[in-house]
Design a protein around this ligand. Structure first.
Ligand code: AMP
Length: 280
């Protein structure tokens, strides 16, 4: 089976990208942690439409996992990933942890402002510093014209867009829509952790968001909608971390639809934590 060409050093990545840019070609980067599914591949297709050359990074970034999270058991399927990217991307960038964080590494992006406040940050307080630092490094290593991120991780997308503006990173940050299973469950590398029973319950997350968005659009009070949604999720067996209405751009808390808003949720089914969001 064909495999996408792969480099695992910053030097190899820079040489490939420099030769393309030298030829006047536009380069897109799609950062991932691998275990690629159709959602990831939709980002690659979006990148294809925006650039001449597409680089997909595959790096399970230890610094965005808390000690109690699933870093060591996070799925690693590099050979499959390389086969899936054959013909879709020009290059996979697969650095080892030591390439990304050489001995003595001591610098971290620190985030301020509403995009990084609350929601995921309330439950994973070291997560976004890890994400922002590794994405800043990837953007500086690859120097792409454009980088594509999924709306599936909506807060992450907004944190990264803010960071890129604030640090004058030159890549244009593009968000792409969430790819779902037929029953509405957002594709995620973590869905494979769900038992059959949990998998059957999981689509309730998306249905709750759809129902909440419909009620909000019909003029129902945001507090009442959130309470009803939390109750519906709890009744289906979820432990809810948050269900919240936020400004779609800044992610500041809002209680009405005066500006475009986003309804975001994180909830646990057994040991698996699922997140999703919907435009309102
Ligand atoms: P991950 O490998 O989970 O870090 O995700 C890599 C990128 O793929 C991120 O920008 C995610 O938002 C995006 N992504 C993950 N799941 C989906 C999905 N179901 N639809 C679209 N994009 C996704």
């Amino acid at each position: 089976m064909d495999r996408v060409a792969t480099v695992d050093t910053v030097k190899g990545l820079r040489e490939a990208v420099a030769s393309w840019r030298g030829a006047g070609e536009r380069v897109a980067l799609v950062p991932t942690m691998g275990a690629l599914h159709v959602g990831h591949l939709s980002l690659v297709e979006r990148a294809r439409a925006l650039a001449d050359r597409v680089v997909v990074s595959i790096f399970v970034n230890p610094t965005q996992f808390a000690p109690n999270e699933d870093f060591s058991k996070y799925p690693r399927t590099l050979d499959d990933d390389r086969a899936k990217l054959a013909g879709l991307a020009e290059l996979a960038y697969t650095p080892l942890v030591e390439e990304m964080y050489p001995p003595g590494f001591a610098t971290t992006v620190s985030l301020a402002g509403p995009a990084a406040a609350g929601l995921e940050d309330a439950f994973r307080p070291t997560h976004f510093a890890g994400v922002a630092t590794v994405v800043a490094k990837l953007l500086l290593q690859a120097l792409p014209d454009v980088a594509v991120f999924g709306e599936k991780d909506y807060q992450q997308l907004k944190v990264i867009a803010r960071m890129a503006r604030d640090l004058d990173l030159t890549a244009e940050i593009i968000g792409a829509p969430t790819v779902r299973e037929a029953d509405g469950l957002a594709l995620s590398s973590r869905n494979r952790y769900l038992s059959d029973e949990e998998r059957a319950l999981a689509p309730t997350l998306h249905r709750t968001l759809q129902d909440g968005a419909a009620r909000l659009r019909a003029g129902e009070d945001a507090g009442a909608v959130v309470t009803a949604g939390e109750d519906a999720l709890a009744a289906a067996g979820f432990a809810v971390d948050y269900l919240a209405l936020r400004d779609a751009e800044t992610l500041a808390p809002v209680s009405d639809l005066a500006a475009p808003a986003r309804l975001l949720v994180a909830a646990r089914l057994g040991a698996t934590r699922l997140i999703d969001n919907i435009a309102v």
